[in-house]
Design a protein around this ligand. Structure first.
Ligand code: BGC
Length: 942
């Protein structure tokens, strides 16, 4: 009897243990892509989570979400804002809040429970939260305030006014329950409460078309407020609003004050007392202002600081502001105030110099070992009024001097004037540079490795993926892509971080978009930029060539650039299954497509010279290609348009608009048929009537003439899957022949480069793709590495040992930190590691590694998906092939394991016989099987 009880007890124990083990638990919860975000203004925020388990084949069969306005209410299950109830659903991301209406300032605490495939419930997740921001314009009581300052250095040809310092004291004498700061600027700001900087963000509130929208930030400052006297202190800079922005050539005579002449602050501090009363401190005429030590601060030109003008304790209550001036009420903006939806700019690394040289006496050059965007921290000791000048550049001349001519009109110079009191440490505000080298003059003592520290910053996009392989050059190429992405994802996806440009060029973004999405979680960052793209859409339909578009009179649009307005939202939707992104952008996209459809007339494609009215004429085409004649712009224009039609059909269906989906699909068919008839001969060769372009005048490099027969043309037709099978095979042959004629080196420009490697892979020539990717000769990515690249270059020939920095072009357009040609990196994930999604959102994963010419012995790809980590890691040892795979809970994968024909693949050393795992079919060199979540270790012979 006793024994029986013990047995029963043990059994129950085992059973109950098993139960929890087998269950799933919630790992990470986000709201609109953020963990516990403050101050959002989306009335139906999207909730996502991913889960973990020790077991395989785990699925979610149901979920429940409970939301309450306090932690206590959530705990007591009382007065809930939303109880979804137990919903039978596999969905674990993008679940829109569907509870009672949310109000300004509302706190929303929530928890989630999930049930697995056996209906075993998880524990409730930890409590997470979000808070609502100020939802109505009338919630804002603050006024826009500013303080006009004028140039300190009258001799300077640039207009570089000092950054105003603003302050306001107030008292608090009751117990605080909560204090929230809502704050923004026209320009950029830093705000401190009682001397403590609020938040980690730099260059806030970032860049938008301020005439249409301006974002505010929300900070919880409950713990920074004192009983008694308190002081808010803000510094405002010109930023994108009033400072120098973009290329000088685009806005002569001066490329500044594109939105307004002086920066302004809008600040509203709301204090909720425990007794239920409330106090708000707003920016208004009662604030005081003064010039301080920041004698100038400009994004492109740099920052100047005179430490002798410091105002010790100015942003604390221990300060007398009697001799400060009054602020003025600034005209503000008509743009609507909205909660910031993106990833604010933050510091992500500190970099120590690897070498210090002295090319001329007293001029020191610090090599940071890495090209990046950010600024330098200076540490010096010297005499009062010693002036240290720091200039920034990406490369050196052979004589070791700093090369700055590729910065064009960006002066990129920071100046620090010492107060002469011991060790002085300084970091500039409101500027950034793209650099690997810092040239320092004015030092009285020999510098050391602490004199300069690189501070790298960019938008705080979560970078959750990784890629390594047995080829160290390839690994370096990938690292360079990551640094290039970090340097250029600066509030908007920019082309370059160093010269007077730094614009959100649409062409570059669409080419790099999938690579970028593999590298980082861009749900929030892209969403923010899509609003910029909408704001930059011309009334007659096309998207501008860059977004934001700060030049009111500029009407530039270009095929291949404007389709980014459809392609990047599509890619983002595909990666996150986020149909809200599609819905929010849909009206704008259909307006854009209407424009295309009307312009492409009856045949719905673009014959030669269809874009003469575009600015620049014909558009930019396959910009920076290395072909003798340029690929006819109209061929690319047609194919980008066709691709846009196809993905618009898919997105329309995804949001339930089947009628539009059919319409785009049938327009696509008409277009493709007419395009093929016009441009392709029976041998699948692209042909054009060159005479139609005349002498090519007015086109970018049009004098070289046009052709249809280039790598980019075939790669694009194959990658966009435009051609019927028979023609695709022929196009593939042309592509391979063109490559052979070119020693297997790429000649594509920025509109074609992304397509090249995956297109080869698609026609079964991943061997050739590997060969091209791993080339070291000019022009190739390996060539860049061999010539000192630490980020991706703008041009194949940005630097060659023979011609140096490409002569005259260097001063016109030659960035060493440009991601467009980094678009090869999607291939590392999509083909080499072989991680793809069948549906939208990586629920139905495909793992299909392409082994290429088998020149690599191992590849390890890890992608941080919305459902959690996906791993595909393979190695080849003689004939043995090993593939380790990790698939997140609630997803499945189709795995393609390369194996000899009749070889029985092993999983965790056990032959796959069909009991737990089953081979479904043979597909080419692969054995195919379906797997559920979990970790797997396959082995085969190849
Ligand atoms: C930018 C590019 C952009 C191009 C248009 C350049 O100045 O840096 O990346 O796409 O202009 O041709």
């Amino acid at each position: 009897m006793n024994k029986k009880i013990v047995l029963l007890f043990l059994l129950t124990l085992v059973f109950s243990c098993k139960k929890t083990n087998e269950g799933i638990s919630i790992k990470k919860v986000t709201v609109n892509y953020f963990e516990n975000p403050l101050g959002i203004d989306d009335p139906h925020p999207s909730i996502s989570w991913f889960m973990v388990s020790n077991e395989r084949n785990k699925k979610q069969s149901a979920y429940q979400i409970k939301v309450a306005s306090s932690e206590k209410a959530l705990e007591d299950d009382n007065n809930l804002l939303w109880d979804s109830g137990k919903l039978n659903s596999h969905q674990n991301s993008q679940i829109r809040y569907a509870g009672s209406k949310l109000n300004s300032r509302q706190h929303c605490y929530f928890k989630i429970k999930v049930w697995d495939e056996n209906d075993v419930a998880s524990e409730w997740s930890d409590t997470n939260f979000w808070t609502m921001g100020l939802l109505n314009q009338t919630d804002w009581k603050a006024k826009w305030i500013g303080f006009k300052t004028d140039d300190k250095n009258k001799k300077d040809t640039l207009h570089l006014p000092p950054a105003p310092y603003l302050r306001k004291s107030f008292s608090v004498n009751k117990t605080i329950q909560k204090a929230t700061l809502y704050v923004t600027a026209l320009g950029v700001f830093e705000i401190a409460l009682n001397g403590e900087k609020i938040g980690q963000d730099l260059l806030t509130p970032g860049w938008t078309n301020y005439n249409k929208r301006i974002y505010y930030r929300t900070y919880d400052v409950s713990n920074t407020i004192n009983q008694g006297e308190n002081t808010l202190g803000a510094i405002i800079g010109d930023g994108w609003y009033a400072g120098y922005v973009g290329p000088k050539v685009l806005s002569k005579p001066r490329n500044r004050e594109l939105y307004g002449s002086h920066p302004a602050l809008l600040s509203q501090l709301e204090i909720q007392y425990e007794d239920g009363t409330k106090k708000i401190i707003v920016s208004d005429e009662s604030w005081k202002a003064k010039e301080g030590p920041i004698v100038y601060a400009d994004l492109l030109m740099g920052t100047g600081y005179n430490a002798n003008l410091e105002l010790p304790n100015w942003n604390t209550s221990n300060y007398d502001d009697q001799n400060w001036d009054n602020v003025y009420i600034h005209e503000g903006t008509k743009g609507v105030l909205q909660a910031y939806p993106g990833n604010s700019i933050q510091i992500y690394d500190e970099i120590k110099p690897i070498e210090i040289t002295e090319p001329t006496k007293g001029t020191y050059v610090f090599n940071m070992g890495q090209n990046f965007a950010g600024h330098a921290r200076l540490q010096v000791q010297g005499n009062k009024n010693d002036t240290i000048i720091m200039r920034f550049g990406e490369r050196l001349y052979d004589d070791g001097k700093l090369m700055t001519e590729n910065l064009r009109f960006a002066r990129a110079t920071d100046t620090y004037i010492l107060k002469g009191e011991g060790v002085e440490i300084w970091e500039p505000k409101f500027t950034y540079h793209g650099f690997q080298y810092v040239e320092v003059t004015g030092l009285k003592n020999k510098p050391d490795h602490n004199t300069i520290t690189g501070i790298s910053f960019g938008s705080s996009i979560p970078m959750e993926s990784s890629f390594t392989s047995s080829d160290t050059i390839l690994n370096k190429m990938f690292e360079n892509v990551i640094w290039t992405q970090r340097s250029n994802f600066m509030e908007v996806p920019t082309d370059s971080p160093q010269r007077d440009e730094r614009l959100g060029w649409l062409g570059d973004v669409q080419i790099f978009s999938k690579s970028a999405l593999y590298n980082a979680n861009l749900g929030a960052f892209n969403k923010k930029w899509f609003a910029d793209v909408r704001d930059a859409q011309y009334d007659f339909g096309p998207y501008s060539v860059f977004a934001p578009q700060p030049y009111p009179k500029l009407e530039w649009f270009s095929p291949g650039w404007m389709e980014a307005g459809v392609m990047v939202p599509y890619n983002t939707y595909k990666f996150y299954g986020d149909t809200k992104i599609v819905e929010d952008h849909y009206e704008s996209m259909t307006r854009f497509m209407d424009y295309h459809i009307e312009k492409s007339k009856n045949d719905k494609f673009y014959p030669e010279d269809s874009w003469a009215e575009a600015k620049p004429k014909g558009g930019f085409g396959d910009w920076l290609s290395m072909t003798d004649k340029h690929l006819a712009h109209d061929i690319m224009a047609s194919m980008y348009y066709q691709y846009a039609l196809k993905i618009m059909a898919e997105m329309s269906a995804a949001i339930g608009n089947q009628e539009k989906a059919d319409y785009y699909q049938s327009t696509y068919k008409t277009s493709v048929a007419a395009f093929i008839k016009h441009y392709l001969n029976e041998n699948g060769k692209f042909q054009i009537d060159e005479t139609i372009y005349g002498d090519g005048k007015g086109y970018f490099e049009g004098e070289k003439g046009f052709t249809g027969h280039t790598q980019s043309a075939y790669a694009t037709a194959i990658y966009f899957d435009i051609l019927p099978e028979a023609l695709k095979i022929k196009a593939g042959e042309h592509l391979v022949n063109l490559l052979e004629e070119n020693d297997n080196l790429p000649s594509s420009g920025i509109l074609g480069i992304r397509q090249l490697l995956p297109a080869l892979s698609k026609i079964g020539r991943s061997d050739l793709a590997y060969k091209i990717l791993l080339k070291k000769e000019y022009p190739s990515w390996g060539f860049q590495i061999a010539n000192g690249a630490t980020t991706i270059w703008e041009r194949w020939n940005s630097y060659t040992p023979e011609k140096g920095f490409n002569g005259e072009m260097n001063a016109k357009m030659n960035s060493f930190n440009h991601y467009a040609f980094g678009a090869f990196s999607q291939f590392l994930f999509s083909d080499m590691a072989g991680i793809n999604t069948k549906d939208a959102g990586f629920n139905k994963i495909i793992i299909r590694p392409k082994l290429g010419d088998k020149s690599l012995t191992n590849v390890h790809g890890e992608y941080g998906s919305i459902n959690g980590k996906i791993v595909s890691s393979w190695s080849i040892n003689d004939n043995t092939f090993s593939l380790d795979v990790e698939i997140p809970v609630n997803t499945t994968a189709k795995v393609f394991v390369p194996a000899k024909k009749d070889y029985t693949i092993k999983e965790s050393s056990t032959p796959i016989t069909g009991k737990k795992l089953k081979i479904l079919e043979r597909d080419g060199i692969y054995q195919v099987l379906d797997i559920g979540s979990g970790s797997y270790s396959f082995k085969s012979e190849i």
